[in-house]
Design a protein around this ligand. Structure first.
Ligand code: HEM
Length: 520
């Protein structure tokens, strides 16, 4: 009897969602339309979000129902088409971001409330300014780059002039060492080969789990409770470890931040603001607790974006059968003719016009965050182009990966890596393409760490391309690859794809084996 009742309740729920829900008229997979199956959780588990969402949009059009109460939109329509009839409030982030907050509370990325976000952002933006980054952190990034190059040189010397190594992993060591320098004022020594302790895979596991939990927010209180009730001893140990961070330069910078009323930041505000520190506190808690999972991972979700951009950029520029090496030659010629001095400064890198076009094209084809960024429609509703009206409370999301492949904005070759598109476009078209480039997000929640991220890319990629002859290691049964075939960011599998991409909140490249020889 109970089973019949349950079946009847489920049937009614599915029927309501399919036929009478306000989103009933919007096409999408049956599981999402009935509300009986979470398409997003499936993507989080299978780690194939980017290309599966693109397939949905190709099949169903610009607006697709991807969950019972959520639509994905793939067109950043002209401003005139996106109207909120009665109120002009910015859209709020959804509960998904709750999974990305720190253990002690929301940070800038995960704050849902627009008012507290505006206050936090106003207070912190000066600390992230370009001038601040150049004066405080450029030296750290350059020093970490020196260690990274020394690592590559050692490997080349050890293998008699030509090293075969997982360049993706080496780049990750560099990125972590940068964070170490920013947080502790000293490198973690990963490039120097001092201490690897499995941090790198651990970080990735935490990220993937958080994304899954974001799609099932009802699980969050249980997981949080489990991660909090680990025992006082463990937490004391974590606190003892986190005390080491009290002197970090990033934190000191936020100590000077002020609220709108002129009062200085409280301890909690500083904690929430210092993503890098809280990330490491979190990491240390994980390590101390001997577990690969707790919550509070917002910071690492974004901090790891620069390394993904670096890997993708090398993959596209160095080229292979699909991307002719002519691009590599052009970048090298530009660096040589510009007579730049290494380590490259932010300003010098901005002058490398072709290199900058390659960077934009990389961010377009391979945005580090392909996940549809979800928002909640505010009071008054939202009218999308195509006359779809979304009522208050509906979730609406946009995936940078999908938007960046729109033929209408980027042309019929939108799926190809062609940096020239950024140099040939007239002013109007260029503006249009730039408006649709969502790699750093958009609007009031746009990435605040863009300058730091770009600085890392600017310091490392040109010198790498100039100093070494890089080629992709051929796949063979005797070779070092873990995966028999590579997989690209668009899900295409092949022998000629130099790494293996998983697409979740972040698009992560693994198994990126390259052959390196010195060029200079
Ligand atoms: C290539 C490098 C980077 C890329 C592509 C990137 C991308 C993004 C994106 C897409 C968002 C918007 C997320 C959303 O709307 O849900 C974002 C937000 C954010 N990013 Fe980045 N990011 C990068 C580097 C960094 C770095 C290095 C930091 C920190 C030092 C950082 C800190 C943040 C923060 C705090 C937010 C939240 C901003 C807010 O909500 O006001 N990002 N990033």
């Amino acid at each position: 009897m109970l089973l019949y009742l349950l079946a009847f309740a489920l049937f009614s729920f599915a029927l309501y969602n399919l036929l009478f829900h306000p989103l009933a008229g919007i096409p999408g997979p049956l599981g999402s339309r009935t509300g009986l199956w979470s398409w997003k959780s499936t993507r989080a588990v299978k780690r194939d979000m980017g290309w599966k969402l693109l397939e949905l949009h190709k099949k169903y059009g610009t607006v697709v129902r991807i969950a019972r109460n959520e639509v994905s939109v793939c067109e950043r329509a002209p401003k005139t088409h996106l109207t909120r009839p009665r109120f002009k409030k910015p859209l709020k982030k959804t509960e998904f971001y709750d999974a990305l907050r720190d253990l002690d509370g929301p940070n800038l990325l995960s704050t849902l409330d627009n008012k507290s976000h505006t206050e936090m952002r106003r207070a912190e933006s000066a600390a992230y300014s370009l001038t601040k980054m150049q004066s405080e952190f450029e030296g750290s990034v350059q020093a970490a780059c020196g260690e990274f190059l020394a690592l590559l040189d050692r490997r080349i010397a050890a293998m008699e002039g030509k090293a075969t190594l997982d360049l993706g992993e080496a780049i990750q060591f560099f990125a972590m060492d940068v964070v170490g320098r920013m947080v502790l004022g000293k490198s973690f020594g990963l490039c120097a080969g001092e201490d690897r302790r499995g941090w790198v895979p651990l970080v990735e596991r935490i990220l993937e789990m958080s994304c899954f939990l974001g799609t099932q927010p009802f699980l969050l209180p249980f997981v949080r409770w489990a991660s909090r009730s680990q025992g006082a001893d463990m937490m004391c140990e974590a606190d003892r470890c986190s005390n080491r961070f009290n002197s970090d330069p990033f934190r000191e910078m936020f100590m000077q931040a002020k609220n709108a009323d002129g009062s200085v930041f409280s301890r909690d505000q500083v904690r929430a603001a210092v993503y890098v520190s809280s990330f490491f506190e979190e990491l240390i808690r994980n390590l101390t607790l001997g577990r690969g999972l707790t919550l509070g991972t917002g910071s690492d979700l974004i901090l790891s974006s620069p390394q993904k951009t670096m890997r993708a950029m090398i993959r596209y520029i160095v080229g292979n059968v699909r991307f002719p090496p002519v691009i590599y030659d052009k970048v090298q010629a530009e660096i040589e003719s510009a007579l730049v001095v290494f380590p490259l400064s932010y300003e010098d890198a901005c002058k490398l016009v072709y290199f900058q076009a390659c960077l934009k094209e990389t961010l377009r084809l391979h945005p580090p965050i392909p996940w549809p960024l979800p928002r909640t429609v505010a009071a008054g509703g939202l009218l999308l182009s195509g006359n779809h009206f979304l009522a208050e409370g509906t979730q609406v999301s946009m995936s940078p990966f999908v938007v960046h492949r729109q033929i209408e904005a980027f042309g019929s070759d939108a799926g190809e890596f062609r940096p020239e598109r950024w140099l040939e476009a007239d002013e109007t078209h260029l503006l249009e393409m730039e408006r649709k480039l969502l790699a750093f997000g958009a609007g009031p929640r746009v990435c605040i760490g863009k300058n730091i991220g770009l600085m890392e890319v600017f310091v490392v990629v040109p010198v790498l391309l100039w100093r070494y002859r890089i080629g992709f290691t051929t796949r063979s049964s005797e070779g070092p690859h873990r995966y028999r075939l590579g997989r690209d960011v668009d899900g295409k599998v092949g022998n000629d794809v130099p790494y293996f991409v998983t697409s979740q909140w972040a698009a992560v490249q693994r198994d990126f084996w390259c052959d390196l020889a010195s060029r200079v």
